[in-house]
Design a protein around this ligand. Sequence first.
Ligand code: ZN
Length: 127
Amino acid sequence: MAEAPGEAPAAEGRPSKNGPYGRIFGLGEAVAKPRHIPERTCVGCGQKRPKRELVRVVGTPQGSLLLDTTGKNPGRGAYFCRQSTCWKKGTEKGTLFRRLNVDANPADLDNLYSEFQAIAAAPSREN
Ligand SMILES: [Zn+2]
């Protein structure tokens, strides 16, 4: 008998022979590292923020505006910080309309603003 039974399988399963730490940490890092966080620029203040902290507005093909709470609506989007000041700044003088290339009714903007405020007031979700 040259080998003791049970020894070989155990050695194979453990990366203890060549650089165990390098290997383990290398892998762990690749997995644990946060993925690239997409950033968008707020139309109001021009600051870049993580996309999920912003409220997205999309211009629909029908020419109206929509608050996109899911982030999944198709169409051109514009982003706002959750602050009334950013909203005001980004929507005054038709900036938002130009940005989204829609010809919406200013009344839409008022409705949207109410929705926006509701969202802005809500605690931001973590996912
Ligand atoms: Zn802003």
